[in-house]
Design a protein around this ligand. Sequence first.
Ligand code: PGA
Length: 248
Amino acid sequence: MRTPIIAGNWKMNKTPAEATEMIQALKPLVKEAKCTVVLCVPALLVHAAKQAARGSKIKIGVQNMHWKESGAYTGELSAAMLKACGVDYAIIGHSERRQYFGETDETVNLRSLAAIRNGITPIICVGERKEQREGGYTNSLMEYQTLTALNGMTADEVKKVVIAYEPVWAIGTGLTATDEQANETIGVIRAAIARKYGKRVADKVRIQYGGSMNPKNATGLMAQPEIDGGLIGGASLKAEDFSKVVNF
Ligand code: PGA
């Protein structure tokens, strides 16, 4: 019913030449993919990535964007600019941005609204830290982070967003949530969306798992009914690894 979506998050890696090389290697490997395939690259690599991806189903995204249309915001990029450069997706509120760059649930909301209104699909990241899971706060936190991010969207807009459930303790650590843990928490997120926007809307929203997802664990995670895809960091940097996740 929902088309799965596998998105790579390259973080702060690769030059334009390396991006071109990786995408050219990836193209034949994902030709038969049954899911949406996205690479979220550093904004500076969008041009090279778009050119390399031409003629394939690989969509290009970025890893952050500002919520204002234009103006005196030194160093920032707007959704309208990114859209004009062919960007179709933007990761919003990644835990590294929350941790190192002062991202809050409120700015995640502003960025998500700006993305959706400019025709960019936000991949909105939510996730609990280790001590929050251990304290029993995961479900209430995920509901809060998700509904705050969506605040002010119409039901039709909510249908278009992608949510990435990324437990912070699983990112870049080699620790993954178990298939059941990921499925259960994603179910909690979907139920919260259903309570506010209705089941018909919640059933449309694609919710990914992220956090040390790789060729070895992708099949098990993707077999879970609530999990609609993955947001892949480390394993998205090499064409072979990423293609194996895409072809889960
Ligand atoms: P990881 O990163 O796959 O390297 O854990 C995931 C992410 O940060 O989105």
